[in-house]
Write a protein that binds this ligand. Structure first.
Ligand code: A3P
Ligand code: MG
Ligand code: MG
Length: 383
């Protein structure tokens, strides 16, 4: 699959026809957590579970816009590469006396979400870097490109006329975090004093602290180590040796549906569900909790969705996407990367809007800082 473009070093993996990915999905292993880490309230890396949060239903009627002017917003200004993920893997391997988690791919969950959802998003676009080191392909986001996009967006002049009910992009980013603050606690609800639960509504919102889970999974014949943020737990975390699923929850906000939603409202929500599902499915997050908000950001209700039931729900609903196609597409694409990103060197992996093919091109020597220096020297020492 795929062909070599006019310039011999651009390789193309076509998106269409999608029917080549239909049918039963490639075998998938249930994700198993192999390591984890936290960022504390100043976004400093910590080798522990200190930033794990716990779900406790929020008070309805809250205004998600409240506190916007005191938001402690963490935005990356420097390329994070895969540094924290590799740091956590190194630490874990040392703890286990050198037993290595081997995989064909190592990346952030966000990169896999972009790949998996691309077949059903005409406007999908992404840019990533990939490199092979010791038989494993490491994939990271093209941070300079994302950073430039964000700067351009921030510098764009506001439209001459704006509907006063239309909320700014910054506000819409804020209320997702506000919902998290209203629905999470730093300790399990049963161990938390009532006043702490009640006071969440006045708490200052910050996105500095995070907890990240690193899991091992596979797509068909390809094994992966994926790291990503998990919002909280809905019950105790089982001991690692038990091999039980972890009751993580993913929190999302979405505009409430009218009592008798028109087909286009359902379609809009089910399209959103594709991103919700892929993101949670990849890390093995079993439950997604949607906070329904009004147009102007009042929290109207919460609804729990079982991640594993979402593809069936959409199949019986608008049928606007097919989870098996997403999985098979991702498995085929990973195979293509293994055939293309070979030997040394840095590759750019790009999907441009409506271009119809993912392009893979070798753009430099070495590993381009995708694999951190600490990780490289540690591996060299181990040889
Ligand atoms: P919502 O998803 O409810 O809008 P996550 O859901 O992945 O845990 O992210 C938490 C919140 O971060 C989101 O809540 C949203 O407010 C903000 N956020 C995440 N990704 C974003 C993006 N690409 N652009 C803008 N805001 C984003
Ligand atoms: Mg999150
Ligand atoms: Mg969330």
């Amino acid at each position: 699959m795929g062909s070599t473009g006019p310039s011999s070093d651009i390789h193309r993996f076509p998106m269409q026809p999608l029917n080549r990915f239909q049918g039963v999905s490639a075998s998938i292993k249930r994700p198993r957590e192999v390591a984890h880490f936290s960022y504390d309230d100043s976004h400093t890396y910590r080798d522990d579970g200190s930033s794990i949060s716990y779900y406790c239903p929020p008070q309805l009627g809250a205004d998600l816009k409240e506190g916007f002017d005191t938001f402690r917003h963490y935005e990356e200004t420097e390329d994070p590469h895969l540094d924290s993920l590799l740091q956590a893997l190194m630490t874990q391997e040392k703890k286990r006396g050198g037993t290595r988690e081997k995989a064909d791919f190592v990346t952030w969950r966000g990169m896999m979400t972009k790949i998996m959802t691309a077949p059903f998003d005409m406007f999908a676009e992404f840019s990533m870097f990939a490199t092979m080191y010791e038989g494993t392909i490491y994939i990271e986001e093209d941070f300079p490109a994302r950073h430039a996009d964000r700067q351009a967006q921030a510098n764009r002049p506001p439209p001459r006329y704006q509907d006063p009910r239309q909320q700014s992009h910054q506000m819409m980013t804020y209320w997702g975090y506000k919902f998290e603050t209203l629905a999470l606690l730093p300790t399990p609800p049963a161990e938390t004093p009532q006043e702490v639960i009640q006071n969440r509504i006045r708490e200052r919102v910050s996105n500095h602290a995070q907890h990240c889970s690193i899991i091992s999974t596979s797509f068909g014949p390809h094994t992966l180590l994926l790291g990503g943020e998990v919002d909280g737990l809905s019950g105790p975390k089982p001991p690692p040796s038990s091999n039980q699923p972890i009751p993580w929850v993913e929190l999302k906000t979405s505009e409430e549906l009218p009592p008798n939603p028109a087909n286009r409202d359902v379609l809009k929500f089910e399209r959103k569900l594709l991103k919700f599902w892929a993101q949670s499915f990849l890390l093995g997050v079993p439950k997604i909790i949607v906070g329904w908000r009004s147009k102007v950001g009042i929290l109207k209700g919460v609804q729990e969705f079982e991640t594993g039931k979402i593809p069936g729900m959409v199949r019986r609903g608008t049928g606007c996407w097919d989870g098996n196609v997403c999985i098979n597409f991702a498995a085929a694409f990973l195979g293509y990367l293994r055939d293309t990103v070979k030997g040394g060197g840095l590759y750019r992996v790009t999907l441009r809007k409506k271009s119809g093919a993912v392009e893979v091109q070798r753009v430099g020597e070495g590993t381009g800082d995708i694999v951190s220096r600490d990780f490289l020297s540690w591996r060299e020492e181990a040889q």
